[in-house]
Write a protein that binds this ligand. Structure first.
Ligand SMILES: O=C(O)c1cc(=O)[nH]c(=O)n1[C@@H]1O[C@H](COP(=O)(O)O)[C@@H](O)[C@H]1O
Length: 286
């Protein structure tokens, strides 16, 4: 079994800084790069990004939807990204936001978190909104194979608050309950391994302002990595990262997709954009 994801991510962030480059091949970006909006254009896009940043950033996060829209040929390109991450030593977070009843979740875990599956990167984004317990097969598969999960908690979109800030009869918000469950899993893992970070991360948008505080979420107590999308194209920058994460900032992996990808297709320009985004995040999260 590979070392646990939390420990591997901490090592990758120490080596390369706290940036994840999102691979979101939107139709508009394919066009801007002079590529056709089909599987051949998608493949050229994904290869260019991996050649530019593979081995140079802590992680990449391919957005599954933008591969799936090209059908099975697009999914094959996602598999190529997973393989390229492994070849370059860059962690791959497959952003598929899976969540279903437990028996179906077991099949998703098999697809995305099983050794030998071509879609299994190093971590998967998952949705806990069918109940955190429904994620158990994914939690178990990740634990058994040294992979990680990023559980949606406080998402970067404004609509997320209507669900995530809702409170139960005892006043605990949905987001705080999710964070509490992740914390329990990470406490168990880190007590056994001594690692600083467990492998059950949360997704917390860099755009959420004071929402963690307002929803009663203690991000530092989670002891897992905090994936922070919303940097760049959605408007968050260094100031927002510092303000949202405060004492939890050492656990943050800032994620930017269009903000970096807009610099392509020139590989050097992509590399420089990633370096800039990484330096900015590192300064904010130091
Ligand atoms: O799980 C995610 O990565 C995610 C969660 C969230 O709360 N907000 C969010 O934007 N994302 C993803 O992060 C990426 C953001 O892309 P950019 O806005 O181009 O940087 C997209 O792939 C989103 O699906």
């Amino acid at each position: 079994m590979a070392a646990a994801f939390g420990a591997r991510l901490a090592e990758a962030m120490d080596a390369h800084g706290p940036l994840c480059v999102g691979i979101d091949p939107h139709p508009g970006l394919l066009a801007a790069w002079g590529l056709p909006d089909d599987a051949s254009g998608l493949a050229a896009f994904a290869r260019t990004v991996m050649e530019a940043v593979g081995g140079r950033v802590a992680a990449v996060k391919p957005q599954s939807a933008l591969f799936e829209r090209h059908g099975s040929a697009g999914v094959a390109v996602l598999e190529e990204v997973v393989a390229a991450g492994r070849a370059t030593g860059t962690l791959v977070i497959v952003d598929a936001k899976r969540g279903d009843i437990g028996s179906t979740m077991a099949a998703y875990a098999d697809a995305y978190l099983r050794d030998g599956s071509p879609l299994a990167g190093d971590a998967l984004t998952v949705s806990p909104f069918l109940g955190f317990g429904s994620l158990e097969p994914a939690v178990e598969a990740a634990r058994a194979t040294g992979r990680g999960l990023f559980v949606l908690a406080l998402t970067s979109n404004p609509e997320g608050a209507s669900v995530q800030h809702a409170r139960d009869a005892s006043g605990v918000s949905v987001a705080a309950a999710i964070a509490g469950q992740a914390r329990l899993l990470n406490e168990r893992e880190t007590a056994a391994s001594g690692a600083e970070l467990g492998s059950v991360g949360l997704v917390v948008g860099a755009t959420i302002g004071s929402a963690a505080h307002d929803a009663g979420v203690d991000l530092a107590a989670v002891r897992g990595p905090l994936l922070a999308p919303g940097v760049g194209a959605q408007g968050a920058g260094a100031a927002e990262l510092a303000a949202v994460f405060g004492p939890a900032r050492r656990a943050v992996l800032a994620s930017s997709s269009r903000g970096v990808l807009a610099a392509g297709p020139d590989r050097e320009a992509l590399r420089r954009a990633a370096e800039r985004a990484c330096a900015e995040a590192a300064a904010a999260l130091r």
